[in-house]
Design a protein. Structure first.
Length: 345
């Protein structure tokens, strides 16, 4: 892939001139206008002789991977994602997102929201729309759930994240929440990813349960290619042959991704293990491996939960997790993550 990066002070005329120069050889290209920079992406074999000398061109990159905008080859260094004033993923200590798998009622959501805020969570999670494996399971409250999330955000002061499952859903939900989540089953819903690329909202992209790292980054590329550069990757476990846990949390993928992409990486130990007794140790391991954040399921009464009760922590358990996590964060601050130590060599 050939990626032409335009300077920040380049004009529309500069961009059009470069596009015509790239297409002169019969190669089609794509213009990507992001918040920080604009790019022209073309296929291998494109004749770019003379392009670097055109006005407004900052750099011409030849990239061997098929996710150029997500790669460090085009954008070296890490790129933090601002969620709300004072809440930034990928900068400083890991950001903890916590809350119920599904929004079930006003009392349930508000009680949980206030509890996770008190324990130190920075973002409230809650599903208004739930993709379930069979049609008879609780599917979420829909628009009523979005209204309750807005109320919980006001009461707790926490920005909120919720899952969207279709392009139409994403467009009307976006103005009401702070992060749009793409679930594992929709990682390759390309119609949804294209729409998310046009929306002005951070997107948390979960890894598909059988997706390779390359497929995952290609899915992220769809969003980036639409112009939305606020993408967060979430490792939520991959499916294996072992049934002792719900999935297998791929901790090795965290430092691997840090070497491949500038996008923040978070871990979801709740869906990865499916067992509340494993959520705390896997949370600590993910932080030690270099995760920029965690997505943890917390319910005020897990035994009565309509969705994923066995993997949900109660407020007291979550408070213990946060206390232990702070100790790991302090150690990481002093010693650095494996990826940070690699860079220091």
């Amino acid at each position: 892939m050939i990626v032409v990066e335009m300077a920040q002070n380049s004009t529309g005329i500069d961009l059009e001139r470069v596009r015509k120069s790239v297409e002169r050889g019969g190669t089609s290209c794509r213009i990507v206008s992001g918040r920080e920079a604009s790019y022209i992406v073309a296929s291998d074999g494109t004749d770019t002789s003379g392009v670097s000398a055109l006005p407004g061109v900052r750099k011409v990159n030849a990239v061997s991977c098929c996710y150029p905008l997500a790669s460090r080859a085009v954008r070296p260094g890490s790129r933090p994602v601002e969620i709300a004033p004072g809440v930034v993923l990928g900068e400083g200590d890991p950001v903890i997102m916590a809350g119920p798998c599904a929004v079930e009622s006003r009392d349930q959501l508000l009680e949980t929201a206030l509890a996770v805020r008190k324990a130190g969570a920075r973002i409230l999670r809650g599903g208004a729309f739930k993709p379930r494996s069979h049609p008879y399971a609780f599917q979420g409250l829909g628009s009523e759930g979005i209204a309750l999330l807005k109320e919980a955000r006001k009461a707790s002061g926490l920005p909120v994240i919720t899952e969207v499952m279709s392009p139409e859903e994403a467009e009307w939900v976006a103005p009401h929440v702070d992060i749009l989540q793409v679930g594992a089953r929709n990682m390759q819903n390309f119609s949804l990813l294209k729409v998310l690329g046009r929306l002005d909202r951070p997107v948390l992209l979960k890894r598909g349960m059988a997706a390779t790292v390359e497929e995952w980054l290609q899915a992220a590329e769809y969003i980036l290619a639409g112009g939305n550069d606020r993408v967060i990757l979430c490792e939520r476990g991959i499916r294996s042959f072992d049934r002792n846990t719900r999935n297998t949390l791929d901790l090795g993928v965290i430092p691997l991704l840090k070497s491949l992409t500038h996008l923040p990486v978070v871990a979801d130990p709740s869906h990865a293990t499916g067992r509340r007794d494993l959520v705390l140790p896997m949370s600590l391991a993910a932080i030690a491996a270099g995760a920029d954040g965690l997505l943890v399921e917390v319910h005020c009464d897990p035994g009565a939960a309509l969705c994923d009760g066995p993997q949900s922590l109660d407020p007291e358990e979550f408070s213990r997790l946060m206390t232990a996590a702070k100790r790991i964060m302090e150690a990481v601050r002093e010693e650095g993550t494996p990826w940070q130590r690699m860079l220091a060599r």
